[in-house]
Design a protein around this ligand. Sequence first.
Ligand code: AGP
Length: 607
Amino acid sequence: MCGIIAYIGNEPALPRLMEGLRRMEYRGYDSAGVALLDSPSLWVRKDVGRVEALASRVKDGPTAVVGIAHTRWATHGGITERNAHPHTDQGTRIAVVHNGIVENMSSLKRMLAAEGVQFRSETDTEVIPHLIRRHYKGDPVQAVIDTVGMLRGTYGIAVLFADHPDVLVAARNGSPLVVGLGDGETIVASDPQAIIAHTRRVIYLQDREVVTITRDGANVCKLDGSEVGRQPELIDQDYELAELQGFPHFMLKEIHEQSESIERAIRGRLQLDEGNAKLGGLEMSPRDLRHIARIVNIGCGTSYHAGLVASMAIEDLARVPARSEIASEFRHRNPIIPPDALFFAISQSGETLDTLGAVQEVMIKGGHVMGVINVVGSTIARACGKGVYVYSGPEIAVASTKAFTSQVTALLVFTLMLARTRNLSLEEGQRVARALSAVPGRVREYLEAPGPIQKAAEIIAKARYVQFLGRGYSYPVALEGALKLKEIAYIPSEGYPAGEMKHGPIAMLEKGTPVVLVAPRGSQRDKAISNLKEVQARGAFTILVHSAGDDELADMADVSIAVPETEEFVSPLLTVLPLQLIAYEVAKLLDRDIDKPRNLAKSVTVE
Ligand code: AGP
């Protein structure tokens, strides 16, 4: 959940490190710090708050050419300068930045304290520089190897030694690290975003590997010291450096990118004439697909919601039993893993620890699991080996938007393939493929004229509580709308199946409580409208998302937002858009930090 970066080269390190931190700030943003090798000593500065606070504090820092830096999401110890990284040994000769959790920190702390170490922070990380000092006998790489051998838990670390100005050492287990190989400079970072402005030649470090970096390159070894000899790979030109491009926030930019990102999720995959689709990354023939007896979609947060939509479509169109699971629950309850089931691990970042844990649980029990992932080369994508990339492009705002619609789209493409191996006819397959291929155009059409979002936002911004309701395919959309509003506007809100509302949540309604009902045309529309009447009878202020042309509904609510009409199974790709925009506009009215909401981080690499 933190971002780490290390630089060694011929240019001043500080500007490079600060630029890298800014690009990775979405990974964690409660404090930041930097350590430079200002020979013969280490120069360390930290600050609580955003990277910009640190930037103004270090602007006159030394012009050193080697350094490490960190942006933190607190796990152990409060948000204080002392707890910010880098952490150092007692003599400030070794500095460490760390992403992950040292699970055996208590026993290590006790051991080190008995040896006379005085701790200056409440963090788990601080044991690492003290352990490296303990093992250091002149060889920095061996000291890091010996240290990580004592750690339990997860780590991505970068280590700077005052006594070794020409070397940095990094290591990983469970927290991502990528090494960028430039011309006379080498960068290690948690995320390629911090690297690609300088080089696209990279080495992805694997778990339990240590890398020694110099300005001329990198040398990867295992924990037994044996060389790995991994060849660098090139990051695809399609992978862009995320820039605001004139938008005030990444979230708004990403909402508006959805017609293109959905297009990328279907491009080259749909076969309109055959009424079918092909997902090469699955490496499954129709015969293999025919043998799948059930599907289980696993994810967290928004990715879980995407799985809920997909599960409904799979049962609806392919008539294959499907369900969705919250990864953090699934992995810890000794789940049953039927050998004829296909599990999908859905994750934007590909780094979510609970989803990774679920993947490992499926694998340990001999199950069949594939990834539905956005970030190419991420940990979950590699762990699964096979799967589907959703290609939504870098998603920087902490609140996920375009990843959701891309995940749903990719899983609907899979649904079509699966359904064609069962009882979906050629004509029906063509209808499904046409409905999917029309979505990018419909999304563009809606975003060009999104309707009375502002009016809805002004009411919701004053509310103490908001209820989101939907039936069938619109139920996960209601969950997603409530999650977005909570995340970025901090307004208590909950999503409910509209039919379940009268079994409890209706008690929350009082005169003027905003209720957002998602009711596009389809099998559940009329029943959803009955629910609208029920909440109106209790004085709720109603905001209705409905299909364009459904004139009967246009005047039925206090605010009516029309989305282009689609087939029911693709409706979430349209109905979620106004809910994303409402959350954005409410957060803007309330002057929230939209791209970096409080307490959150983009990639959740802790349990
Ligand atoms: C979405 O807005 C959230 N930030 C969060 O729920 C997120 O979807 C969840 O943490 C899962 O992340 P992943 O897709 O990267 O695995």
